[in-house]
Design a protein around this ligand. Sequence first.
Ligand code: ATP
Length: 305
Amino acid sequence: MVRVSDDSDTEGVDAEAAGTDAAIGTTTTTGTEAATSGTAASATRPTSDDSPREAAVGTVGLTRKFGEITAVDDVSLTVPRGELRAVIGPNGAGKTTLFNTVTGALSPTAGSVWLAGEEITDVPQARRPHLGLARSFQGNELFTDRTVLENVRIVVQTTQQGPFRLDLFRDAGPVGRERATELIERVGLAAELDSVARNLSHGDQRRLGIAMALATDPDVLLLDEPTSGMSPGATARTADLIEDIQETLGLTVLLIEHDVEVVLSISDRITVLDRGAVVATGPPEVVRDDPAVQDAYLGGMRENE
Ligand code: ATP
């Protein structure tokens, strides 16, 4: 296993390694709360890379199989509060499956998922947004015949008032309007407030999906390829947006992204997956310059510089 680390990060990387060991029942070294305090009952509680802060979101020994295929293989991630962590890797590396097990769309075959220090492995997907875990809404989750404002407002109302009801679309008066408008402005769609969602550009639909995720008031935001299919200009604007919302809202962001420039420019740390397993975690410059990572995942980026 290749682990990427600079000197300042050595302790954090070790903490992840210790979490992995504990999760699979081999030697526990140092750094996990369970190892030192025995507080976790069913799984080892992940510590942050910057111990002693707890992880905002984490996994311990997470594994997901599809028949013979191990899509996610014993992945232990600990993402501290406020960090922007990118997950990269070649096609089929297991990125989407990892995300889907964190959001609860898929159950893990083994291992655990943690949010703000609590294990949520068995919490239903629909409950997770109420605990502060959100992922960007996808195109097929938008109300495409409704306006941008209605799309965001419905999520604001659902967050504030409980389960979605069709009559929320009728006339909710001012309820949620102010908050929805603020979020729409934040993602740069103020000019599209009254546009019907289906008429938005692809990039603007992705921004709308982010606004809808923000409407659930998350602490942790998962973004699955937010710039896919975008022009270079739209990609740059989306990268700026992600950085802005992370910084101004103090969010923890877990990001799958194929655009290497985006990943290198906005991530605090990068985790590299290959064939389901973590092969490296570290700051962008460390991951970028690691020859093994570069050869395997970044396609000769050095030559292009
Ligand atoms: P990409 O970058 O191409 O989106 P990825 O890193 O997101 O890939 P996954 O989509 O998580 O990778 O897939 C990981 C592995 O699991 C692949 O071998 C894939 O074929 C397999 N896989 C994913 N979902 C399923 C499924 N529902 N049934 C069977 N195999 C699956």
